[in-house]
Design a protein around this ligand. Structure first.
Ligand code: ATP
Length: 348
């Protein structure tokens, strides 16, 4: 008899909400990531993707308050002391930001920075061993002269090399979850694909789950098994990449897909885009947050917020199967927001 082991759940968000003093930025965000998964988080600029990632890392700016629950492995993030969060960052989970200099100390040599993250988490016995491992990591992430790179300050490396060094730091302590927020946006087009390959190969090599934030649907289609679609601080659709990209249920998802297809032109020959733009935070409509840009909106969408609870089956099992836009029965995804007028089969 073949025994298949269930992968470990590394991340569970339950009704995460984030507010400024006066208005919500994220509302009712619920999803899970298992240890063997690569999950994409997509949405236009201002949808709330980075805030979701920063919430998971416990790195929200002062002045923002989070409620709900974020569990990384077995540790709760919301309400945890900074000392506890710092102990988990880099060990249980790590993040690669869009701009590598965000993560690097400009005044410290790269090798020392990598060594320090290992010493911080006691994954190397002493400075000499940690520095040796840092050089090996720089070689593994593709730096051509790793000893020289280790002796360099960040500004002495190219943008692509800096991002490779950041990936080395992120993976130095073998985290269970790697979050990447647009990791290639600031890089030359020529090195973007190499850095993407590196992220995936490092995550796979260490069996780390990947939460990959991007505007680029093609990258998600290439890298991820599952996708979460975010708009107005909510997850509006979730499912397997195959399901969501071929048969989107939410009009916003359908619009994103149409806008990403460079061959798609409307009757007047203009490229298809989603009409209007993402409102600034605090200015989303009452009712459905997408109602003012949606071609399918009816009166109910403008007045009544769609259901935003976490369904009982998700609360119990982390899986959700009976809602139209949550129809993925294999991926364990879940969310708390849905369209009044799901597009149904063959959305196009
Ligand atoms: N500290 C803050 N205080 C107030 N509003 C904020 C703060 N941080 C983010 N926001 C607002 O929250 C909304 C979501 O921002 P977020 O950065 O998460 O979007 P995003 O989807 O990651 O966009 P992008 O793709 O451009 O990074 C935006 O309207 C942003 O202006």
């Amino acid at each position: 008899m073949t025994v298949t082991s269930t992968p470990r759940r590394v991340l569970t968000l339950r009704e995460l909400s984030v507010r400024t003093g006066t208005y919500p930025l994220l509302e009712g965000v619920s999803f899970t990531v298992d240890g063997d998964e690569r999950v994409g988080l997509i949405g236009e600029s201002g949808s709330g993707k980075s805030l979701t990632a920063l919430s998971i890392m416990g790195l929200l700016s002062p002045g923002l308050t989070a409620s709900g629950s974020i569990s990384v492995l077995d540790g709760e993030v919301i309400g945890a002391k900074e000392s506890a969060l710092a102990g988990r960052r880099g060990r249980d989970l790590a993040m690669v930001f869009q701009e590598p200099m965000t993560a690097l100390n400009p005044t410290m040599r790269v090798g020392k920075q990598i060594a320090e993250t290992m010493l911080l988490h006691d994954t190397q016995p002493n400075k000499k061993a940690a520095y040796g491992e840092a050089v090996r990591l720089l070689e593994r992430v593709g730096l051509p002269d790793p000893e020289r790179a280790a002796r360099s300050y960040p500004h002495q490396l190219s943008g692509g090399q800096r991002q490779r060094a950041v990936i080395a730091i992120a993976m130095a302590n073998e985290p269970d979850l790697l979050i990447c927020d647009e990791p290639t946006t600031a890089l030359d087009v020529t090195v973007q694909a190499q850095v993407l390959d590196l992220v995936v190969s490092e995550a796979d090599r260490q069996n780390a789950a990947l939460l990959f934030i991007t505007h680029d649907l093609a990258v998600v289609a290439m890298l991820c098994q599952r996708v979460l679609v975010m708009y107005g601080g909510r997850i509006v659709e979730a499912g397997t990449v195959a399901d969501v990209f071929t048969n989107p249920q939410h009009p916003y998802t359908a619009g994103l897909i149409a806008a990403s297809d460079l061959d798609a032109v409307d009757a007047e020959g203009h490229l298809t885009t989603i009409r209007g733009s993402v409102p600034p935070a605090g200015k989303f409509p009452e009712g459905c947050v997408f109602a003012n840009r949606c071609d399918f909106a009816t009166d109910i969408c403008k007045t009544q917020p769609p259901w935003t609870g976490v369904p009982a089956d998700v609360r119990q099992s982390g899986r959700h199967s009976d809602h139209p836009a949550g129809r993925d029965e294999t991926g364990g995804q879940d969310f708390g927001y849905a369209c009044f007028h799901p597009l149904g089969e063959n959305a196009e």
